[in-house]
Design a protein around this ligand. Structure first.
Ligand SMILES: [Zn+2]
Length: 461
């Protein structure tokens, strides 16, 4: 069989891995490239005949794993897309939202280029529309965790809980008497609302994420303390707390942390805006699929107490309401998307706060290279919607809230294997990080069969 790497190779986004065996082609994940420098790949011709792909297996709903689905369906894919039920439901929301953003961004770009009298680097047409996104839905086939599914008489797949976001999976594919394991994104041992990743004990080939393969996260308790400190210090100065929030999982987890800090009387009650229609919709799914949550969060819901609600929490659905937030005097907490500041309402909250020394911008998730979020973390001046702004607000990053395993947790995942995988492919990490993780694994596990694939590389396995 052949495995072809079509994304998340020495970079984080665009996860797509194609397995070809005996005339069958299975694509694992179908993600969008989101780094500024790689986005053009979303418009490139797909590097394999789309109509020849039989199945897509989806590890989870994040757009860097699912966001290319509308495009591939538009281009002719008509097979089944297998994933868990929460993944299918969250992906539907994410894709519609992504379609809207694609349309808006294309229009904004067109206007800007028209004004400036130039042609942009990328096409001014949307990659796909919400209607294209809706065409994906009928192809979903939902699966249960740990259920053996036969794709045909020679191919079997099993989804295991990855503990990364609601519904996320580690996927096993068994074919040609070999077992291939795709880690997807691996969650944390101690997630506030999800169970830890399932233990996998054997694989012949392992394709594993390496987002944080070069570092160890701050402990959850210390992250919570820091979050508390940032909020209190910002309130004292009279600024706002702006949290670029991934709508899926992170928003709900942050609400949970805020509720916890409030219950423990560690922060004052502040007007808090969940300024993300998508996060609000996804929150409903967390309530619906509460049996997928861990014991702590499930207990809340069983007692009919929401782990995500508190008195001054407001859901801002319309853009008008969102803009009105900027007229409020006194400190407020604003959670808004997108999480890496690549689009959406967060941009106007940034414009209103980034030059205010008294405000804080708190990153609570991964910021990929080439995204506005990363630029805010690293630069003194950034461009937002075509204008330049000086970064004067307090900028903080809390990695302890990450939904990704850190190096130790990745090692822990690996150490559960009774027999080591014959070959390990490191994906979903920046080039430097993947290199460091590879060195670390070679030293600690005394294994040499570690590969770092490049874009479009294929391996006969
Ligand atoms: Zn993810």
């Amino acid at each position: 069989m052949i495995i072809k790497f079509l994304g998340a190779t020495k970079n984080v986004t665009g996860s797509k891995f194609l397995i070809s065996s005996n005339g069958k082609n299975i694509l694992v994940d179908c993600g969008l490239f989101q780094e500024r420098g790689l986005k053009n790949r979303n418009w490139d011709k797909f590097p394999f005949p789309v109509k020849n792909i039989d199945f897509i297996l989806l590890t989870h709903a994040h757009l860097d794993h699912s966001g290319y689905l509308p495009k591939i369906v538009k281009d002719g894919f008509s097979g089944k897309i297998l994933c868990t039920e929460p993944t299918s439901e969250i992906t539907k929301i994410a894709l519609i939202d992504s379609g809207k953003i694609q349309v808006e961004d294309a229009e904004k770009k067109r206007k800007r280029h028209e004004k400036e009298g130039r042609k942009g680097l990328y096409p001014e047409i949307p990659l796909y529309t919400p209607k294209d996104a809706a065409n994906v839905f009928e192809l979903f086939q939902v699966v249960e965790y740990n259920e053996k599914i036969k794709l045909d008489k020679n191919i079997e797949v099993i989804f295991h809980n990855a503990g990364h976001i609601l519904g996320s999976s580690i996927i096993e594919i068994i074919l040609e008497n070999k077992k291939i394991v795709f880690s997807g994104d691996i969650g944390r041992k101690e997630n506030p609302i999800l169970p830890p990743p399932e233990i996998i004990e054997d694989a012949d080939f392992l394709i594993i994420e390496s987002t944080y393969g070069d570092r160890v996260h701050e402990k959850r308790e210390s992250a919570e303390n820091r979050f508390e400190q940032i909020i209190n210090a910002t309130v004292k100065k009279g600024g706002n707390i702006v949290i670029p929030t991934f709508a899926i999982e992170r928003a709900q987890e942050i609400l949970y942390y805020l509720k916890k800090l409030l219950i423990e009387d560690r922060i004052p009650h502040l007007l808090t805006f969940l300024d993300s229609p998508m996060a609000i919709e996804v929150l409903e799914l967390f309530k619906k699929y509460f049996t997928y949550l861990n014991g702590e969060a499930e207990k809340f819901i069983e007692k009919k107490i929401s782990p995500f609600d508190f008195p001054l929490l407001h859901f801002t659905k319309s853009v008008e309401e969102s803009k009105m937030i900027n007229h409020i005097k006194g400190s407020v907490i604003i959670m808004s998307g997108s999480g890496m500041c690549t689009g959406g309402r967060i941009k106007h909250h940034l414009i209103n706060n980034i030059e205010r020394e008294e405000s804080s911008i708190v990153f609570v998730g991964y910021q990929a290279k080439g995204t506005l979020g990363r630029e805010i973390l690293e630069e003194k001046q950034v461009r937002i919607l075509g204008n330049f702004y000086n970064v004067k607000a307090r900028i903080e990053k809390i990695e302890g809230f990450s939904a990704h395993a850190d190096r130790e947790e990745l090692l822990n995942f690996l150490s559960n294997f009774k027999k080591f995988p014959e070959n390990i492919f490191l994906v979903h990490g920046e080039e430097e990080v993947v290199g460091k993780f590879s060195e670390f694994l070679k030293q600690n596990f005394k294994i040499s069969n570690i590969f770092i694939p490049s874009y479009l590389d294929e391996y006969k396995i």
